[in-house]
Design a protein around this ligand. Structure first.
Ligand code: SF4
Length: 365
């Protein structure tokens, strides 16, 4: 890789162009209206592996329920998972919760102000620490995520898709991101680069005509694109078991849910529909088929409507089961798939903010 460093004056100009572009083109996102380190922390953790449109809605609900580090720390883990339901990658929620408990117990609920100190907290890595410190406290530290990496590699003509580079390339990217920071507005500089990567210099078909860096870009769309990781597919099936309880006029419906045991590596503690023994559901019993992606796997899920009397024979139990009134289900820590299925059959009602429901006490013997 040839060394093609740019003059400090050029880098300063590029940094200013980025900021000017950001000032006029940034999306109006709720976390951008806050300088509260806790709110920025929550948004950064949510955004790491989830689309902005999904995060927007969940971020508001999360902060309404847990407006401070102390409020989050004091909440039961099931309540935190309930508000994370649908965002996926639930380990993030658990780590956020644990770190909040650490900050509540050891720092009186106050987050450290520097990226170096933030990195000492459990579950906060270099990226999150730099984002919080630069945006909330104006620390001059660069944030490098996948978007920033892509923009800077294209700008410089560095081959991010090739086998060369590795740690050395990463260091060059970090050094360049650092030199593009505005001394007065490092948080905005960081957000400008990330925003550019998310909206203009996108992975496929970058919009070079609208790019503030196009005059100085060494590739302008002529670059190798990272191949998409190949998705695997898997077929599974689950049972939707609903019963009606109570006298006419006061009757309500309950759905049978099962809690994934803590020993599961994926989504422990979350509530799901019972899993069918046989993924091949006969046509007459098939309620719907749902595609649900988790990491690199596309799950094709057949949903079978089953009665209370047949559920034991049709499914295998992995954890504790409970009958849950449908009005409470929305506020529980449901897996994304279960939330999707119950929403599609119009059984899930959105609860007003602040009404997280603990799972009912009655368990299925
Ligand atoms: S000119 Fe195109 S390839 Fe270069 S940084 Fe801008 S959007 Fe990316």
């Amino acid at each position: 890789m040839a060394r093609q460093e740019r003059e400090p004056a050029v880098l300063e100009k590029l940094g200013q162009q980025l900021l000017a572009w950001y000032d006029h083109n940034q999306r109006d996102l709720p976390w951008r209206r806050s300088r509260d380190p806790y709110a920025i922390w929550v948004s950064e953790v949510m955004l790491q592996q989830t689309r902005v449109a999904v995060v927007e809605e969940r971020y508001r609900a999360f902060l309404e329920q847990f407006p401070t580090v102390m409020a989050l720390a004091a909440a039961p883990e099931q309540d935190v998972l309930a508000l994370w339901s649908g965002l996926g990658y639930y380990r993030r929620a658990r780590m956020l919760h644990k770190a909040a408990q650490f900050v509540a117990g050891n720092r009186n609920g106050i987050l450290p102000a520097t990226s170096a100190e933030l990195r000492l907290l459990p579950g906060i890595g270099a990226y999150t620490a730099a984002a919080i410190a630069s945006i909330a406290h104006g620390e001059r530290v660069a944030v490098v995520d996948g978007n920033v990496e892509r923009v800077l590699c294209r700008l410089q003509g560095w081959d991010a898709a090739g086998r060369t580079g590795g740690a050395a390339l990463r260091r060059r990217i970090e050094a360049l991101a650092d030199r593009l920071l505005d001394a007065e507005r490092p948080g905005d500089s960081n957000q400008a680069l990330m925003e550019m990567g998310a909206t203009v210099c996108v992975p496929r078909n970058p919009k070079c005509m609208s790019c503030p860096l196009t005059r100085d870009c060494k590739t302008r769309g002529e670059h190798k694109t990272q191949p998409r990781p190949r998705m695997l597919s898997q077929e599974v099936a689950c049972a939707l078991v609903v019963r009606t309880i109570g006298e006419p006029g006061q009757a309500y419906r309950e759905v049978l849910l099962e809690q994934r045991p803590d020993s599961q590596t994926v989504m422990p503690g979350m509530w799901q529909l019972p899993v069918l023994r046989d993924a091949a559901v006969p046509d007459g019993h098939l309620l719907m088929t749902v595609r649900h992606a988790i990491m690199q796997v596309n799950y094709y899920v057949r949903v079978r409507a089953a009665s209370e009397s047949e559920v034991e024979a049709l499914t295998f139990a992995v954890g504790e089961r409970r009958w849950v009134p449908l009005v409470q289900a929305a506020g529980m820590a449901l897996t994304g798939l279960t939330r999707k299925v119950l929403t599609r059959v119009r059984m899930l009602r959105a609860l007003p903010p602040g009404s997280i429901a603990a799972p009912p006490a009655a368990r299925v013997p």
